[in-house]
Design a protein around this ligand. Structure first.
Ligand SMILES: [Fe+2]
Ligand SMILES: [Fe+2]
Length: 345
């Protein structure tokens, strides 16, 4: 994967550092602090592209960039500046949704009931409904482009959490991830099915191909998962995030399939979503009860963290849906325009 086009002072600096054109020093942390001062920490382009680049050093890295950067202390200091402000903003933005979910579940509810209460009481726009009934084929492909940022590494961010869990929840998470990774068949990996679907729709299936095309909020959605997955202290949030992801997948995926059939898009992309209709109805139960429920039984102090992670999943997803639907209502595309990409390159 190539280094992306920068979108502001910090991402420009980091691209230069990783490319070996400037030296990493104290000014890097100062630049991170300045970027973290943004008034829009949930969506800011420069902040989230920078954070995404730093996280990708832990996944697949970049062409021509030394793998040794992954654990470079000063780069981690830069990352921490960005993570601190993003995590704080997520916690603030999620508070209401968590309270509403807990209230909806009732005073005697256990953690699984609270998670289901949170999911059902969360008020967000439905992208799936629009894709089912109204979207054009071009709009559908736009959504695939947004989704490719996470879906081409589907399951990877939550895998970081496996060694951080006690035995029962750990085994349940491994069982779930085994399915995500194709149950022993490389060609059935969900990330692979998604890549196949993209290719048959005429899109570039290469990992990271569309990073320059998506707005900061799409990168933020992926960044939330990496943030939770890469910190042991956030293991509760990571599994809560997974539970909400699985609990909001089966029915929407059915609608996606309906939209694909209506638009006569290739069978391969229908197959990806179809795979999730049944699988995620099962995964939802595993994630909510056998992972999150069992974890909170053993480590009750993580209850609020699990709910926070679930709310963060719903929130970041709804910010993307809102952006996409609003853009379309205005007759615009939801991806970054070529001139935006070029202006900062
Ligand atoms: Fe999946
Ligand atoms: Fe799943």
């Amino acid at each position: 994967m190539h280094l992306p086009a920068p979108r502001g002072p910090l991402s420009a600096h980091l691209v230069d550092v990783l490319a070996g054109e400037v030296v990493l020093d104290a000014t890097s942390v100062a630049a991170a602090r300045a970027a973290a001062g943004t008034s829009a920490p949930l969506t800011d382009d420069d902040l989230h592209l920078s954070l995404w680049m730093l996280y990708e050093l832990h996944y697949r890295g970049f062409d021509g960039v030394d793998d040794g950067w992954e654990w470079e202390p000063q780069l981690l200091a830069v990352r921490r500046e960005l993570e601190t402000v993003y995590e704080r903003a997520l916690r603030t933005a999620c508070r209401k949704a968590v309270d509403a979910g807990v209230a909806a579940a009732g005073p005697d509810a256990d953690l699984p009931e609270q998670l289901f209460g949170l999911v059902s009481s969360f008020d967000g726009p439905s992208l799936a409904k629009h894709l089912h009934r109204e979207a054009t084929a071009e709009q559908f492909k736009e959504v695939l482009v947004h989704r490719s940022i996470y879906q081409l590494k589907e399951a990877d961010p939550h895998t970081w959490t496996i060694p951080r869990l006690p035995d029962g929840p750990k085994v349940a998470l491994v069982e779930l991830q085994y399915d995500e990774y194709g149950a022993g068949r490389a060609h059935r990996q969900h990330a692979h099915l998604f890549a196949e679907g993209m290719a048959t729709c005429g899109l570039d299936r290469t990992y990271g191909a569309y990073v320059d095309a998506v707005p900061g909020l799409t990168l933020a959605l992926s960044n939330a998962m990496s943030l939770f997955g890469l910190h042991r202290r956030l293991r509760g949030a990571s599994v809560g995030h997974l539970a909400a992801l699985e609990a909001t997948s089966s029915l929407p995926c059915k609608k996606y399939v309906g939209g694909i059939r209506r638009l006569d898009l290739p069978e391969e992309i229908a197959e990806y979503f179809d795979e999730h209709v049944e699988a995620d109805a099962v995964h939802e139960q595993v994630a909510v009860r056998d992972i999150c429920g069992a974890l909170v039984e053993q480590q009750p102090e993580l209850r609020t963290e699990v709910l926070f992670g679930a709310a963060a999943c719903l929130l970041t997803d709804s910010l993307l849906a809102e952006h996409v639907l609003t853009s379309w209502q205005l007759g615009l595309g939801s991806l970054r325009q070529p001139q935006q990409t070029e202006a900062v390159a």
